[in-house]
Design a binder for this molecule. Structure first.
Ligand code: FES
Ligand code: FES
Length: 159
């Protein structure tokens, strides 16, 4: 199997790796780089637990090859907090009880992060549309929507 040398900026830090052509981005993150905040729920593009940002856009990292991230910017859930402080999205999930087991949570947060970047004041329908590719089997979606609304309010300039 051919090996490729890739460089990827991950959470603001340039990382290099020699990867097989078939290696998935989620396996690069979790197994080679130890970034286990990104979860694997299905491996078939259904659950969204593996969602990360690729150049700011949410992608399911079980469906992206590591070589496709070469020269690009990846943000994982580990990249949300700054200087030891929770990101407003993380704070929102904490304050609004947006999780139970937490398995879906990293993916939900990354999807929410991309949504709020493009739409700082989403209504409930827009939030539900944005997270429609992220499945939660235990919390239900009401508190997840509230969590995103909390973050949106906190991130708005007037807050
Ligand atoms: S693990 Fe990628 S969508 Fe489920
Ligand atoms: S919090 Fe358990 S799957 Fe969403």
């Amino acid at each position: 199997m051919a090996s490729h040398d890739i460089r990827v900026e991950i959470n603001g830090v340039e990382r290099q790796a020699a990867v097989e052509s078939r290696l998935l981005l989620v396996h690069l993150l979790r197994e080679m780089l130890g970034l286990t905040g990104t979860h694997i729920g299905c491996d078939t593009t259904h659950c969204g637990a593996c969602t990360v940002l690729l150049d700011g856009q949410p992608v399911k990292s079980c469906t992206v090859l590591a070589v496709q991230a070469d020269g690009r910017r990846v943000t994982t859930v580990e990249g949300l907090e700054k200087d030891g402080k929770l990101h407003p999205i993380q704070e929102g999930f904490w304050q609004e009880h947006g999780l139970q087991c937490g398995f879906c949570t990293p993916g939900m947060m990354m999807t929410a992060s991309a949504l709020l970047e493009s739409n700082p004041d989403p209504d409930e329908a827009a939030i539900r549309q944005a997270i429609s590719g992220n499945l939660c089997r235990c919390t239900g979606y009401v508190n997840i929507v509230k969590s995103v609304q909390y973050a949106a309010a906190k991130l708005r300039p007037e807050a």
